[in-house]
Every structure is written in structure tokens, then in C-alpha cells.
Ligand binder design. Sequence first.
Ligand code: 13P
Ligand code: SF4
Length: 449
Amino acid sequence: MSATPITLVPRDASVDHTIQAIVTGDQTAETCNTDLALGPWNFDTRPGYGPGSSMGDVIPVGAPRQGELPQEYRDTTEEDLARRIRAAKETLGERVLVLGHFYQREEVVQHADYVGDSFQLAGAAKASPEAEAIVFCGVHFMAETADLLSRPDQAVILPNLAAGCSMADMANIDQVEECWEQLADVLGDLDTPDEDGRVPVIPVTYMNSSAAIKGFVGRHGGIVCTSSNAHTVLEWAFARGQRVLFFPDQHLGRNTAKAMGVALEQMPLWNPRRPLGGSTPETLRSSRVILWHGFCSVHRRFTVDQIEQARREHPGVRVIVHPECPMDVVDAADESGSTDYIRRAIAGATAPTTFAVGTEINLVQRLAAEYPQHTIFCLDPVVCPCSTMYRIHPGYLAWVLESLAAGEVVNRITVPDEVADPARVALERMLAAKPPSSPALRAAPEARA
Ligand code: 13P
Ligand code: SF4
């Protein structure tokens, strides 16, 4: 198979600038879709996840759509939007908290009070009771989690309602309820423990899931995990259950359980479109981890070929990938870990090092700009950001902040009580099983001004 040359990312942290340069021909790299050079408002009314890594995924019927962004936020410059965002934040002061996920575009991250992974940002939301509003620059499940963990009167705002997550959407509550019923048919009463006190199945959901799924897990004795604490959480679950039902990300589940010594034959895949998920009753009875058929389209782009090419072209390269990558990619890498693990590994390298990173390009390009003493590049040579993270543009951030300053809360995300109460139970179990590894990063004072 012929390999594509790996492109070293430029020192400018902005992926938007890179894509613009690709489209104008000023840079020779490739992008998966030149529409990424357009404002996301061009896609708000169209079905689908929009351009980027998950554009081929099937969007569920009824997925939230964003209403029209007022013209004044679409027809202006990057500099004007940055100025307006700073001015609105100054007017609002402590009344607003802006959170930015590591995968957000640079033009948004520069305005965040805290930057981090989904778990760290949820912690930041919980630890900021003084803010009347929390503007979450990330995706829908993150805003829901912030709503679950913040004070009831704090408004959590998602700047663009179309910023969902195709992986989270791969496990819907009806399919999960149906799966639970089918498992009860095969495994017997799911609430009855064996002689060791372990029930037949403990459901475990990745943070990247809807509040409805977290609520389901909370109601059935289960727990939430993140990519940084999945091992600890699986130990917690195995102490209480004979097996685990893990959703939505098959790769995080498989990579974590395999590292704990669970045999691949004991990890059947549950395809919600097939009876018994496509397994036999015998396979389900002898299973240790039942993996939901979900994946992240960003991390599925990484391959063993890319790693081999990086090793050929950069002898001594340190390959670090996210555990949402397929198992063969994680096995071929030197290390795997959450977004915060990747950031800390690079920050902690004392000698100049070459890093090939298997995670979303916005984080990789920012790290490359932040640590010029190292050579840092994305394993995937094609510039293909997460299509839903991309939906948050500074135009939407300016709109929600100026609306707030004018006394209007737009795009509020609220989890209904009947879902929120059990979902909080599942989150609290995770917090008790293991606290966050490190807090979200407080942004430099100039970003908070
Ligand atoms: P974390 O933010 O938990 O590192 O997960 C990566 C991811 O895919 C977020 O959507
Ligand atoms: Fe979802 Fe993957 Fe995008 Fe994260 S990177 S929001 S898991 S599609």
C-alpha cells in the first residue's frame, strides 16, 4: 500500500488558518473537505453532521438543529469577533464562565477561562458556583454533564446546538433499553446477585454519551467513565458484576479490558440492529465485557500504516494515541492515553523529542505551536477535524455572550429531573471511584479579561 507523506503541522496553532491556506493553495497539505473553510452556519439547516471526520455517519432523526445565526456575526472578521467577545466578557465579568474543550478551534479556545478534557471541564463547571451562566465551547454531552454538576439556577449554554457527537449518538436510550431486556432473557434476572454478591451485568457508559444513557446506567447500578479512569472504573464494575455492558465506544472498552487481561473472545460486540446484538446466548453467557457497536470517527482515521510510516521517516519518534483509536493502532503505538495524558506527556518531555500524535488535529496543532522545542505532528496526514467540535465558531460565541450581556439566555441546555437524578448518581459513583487526575487548565489572565 502506498503511503501518503506525513505533513508536519505549522507553528500557527489555528487549524482554520491551515485549512484556509490549503484551499487557497498556499499550503500543500490535504483536507478531507474543503467546505471546512466555510462558516459552520452554512450547514446549520442541512441534515448531517457537517464537514469533517464524521460527515459519513448517520445523524439520528430529531438531532438538535441550530437556528439562523444573525447576519452581523456571519459577515464580519476574525478580529472584530475577538474584540466583541472580549468586550462582552468584560461587561459580564464573574457572571459568566467560558469553558473550552481541547478540540475546539484556536479562535475559540483563546477566550476560554478554562481549557481541558470533558471531565476536567465538568469539574470546572462544578467548582464555579459564582457564575450565573456557563458557556460550554464543546459538544452537547459535555454541556449536559456541566448542567448535571452545576447549580440548578446556573444556565449552561452551548453556542451551536448542532454541536452533537456522532459517537454519543450511536447509543440511543431505546436501543439500550431493548438490549437490557434481551440480556435479561439470556442471563436471567439482572438484579439477582450470585453467591459472590455479583449481579449478571453492570452497565458502564463513557462520558461521551447522552444524559439519558447516564441516567439508565445510574438506575441499573452502573457508572460513568472517562478515557483517563476507564481502568479504575472497570475494576469497580468487575467487583460488583460478573460482566460489563460498555457503551458507546467499543474501542475504549476493548483497549481498556484487554490491558486488564480480558480475552478478546470474551468481548463480543453488541450491534443494536441485530437480535441478541449479533451474538449467541452461549457467547453472551461466557462474556466478560459486552461492547456496544460505537466508535469515534475522528479516532477511527488512525492506522497502523501511519504509525509505520512515522517510524520510518522519524527514527526515534514517540507515538502517542488516544484510546478511542482501534486496538491494532493502540497496540502499535508507544503509549496511549486521554487528551490530558497526551498534553502532559508532551509538557513533561525535557529533551527535544519527535511526537506523532493520534488525536484530533486542533489539540495536536496547538501543542505543536506551544512546544516549538519538539517536533509534533498528527499521525493522519489529512487535515480532518471533528465535524461537531468545528460547529462552534467565534461568531456563535460572540452571539451567545452579547445576548447574555443584553439579558437574554439563548441555547440553554437543561437535563430534565427524571433523567438528571439517576445520571448524577452514575457520575458521583465515578467521582468516588477515582477523582480527576488533574484540574482543567486556568487560561492566561489576558484570555479572562
Ligand atoms: P476527552 O475529552 O475525555 O479526552 O475525550 C476525547 C473526546 O473525544 C472528546 O470528545
Ligand atoms: Fe465525538 Fe469523537 Fe468528536 Fe469527541 S472527537 S466529540 S468522541 S466525534
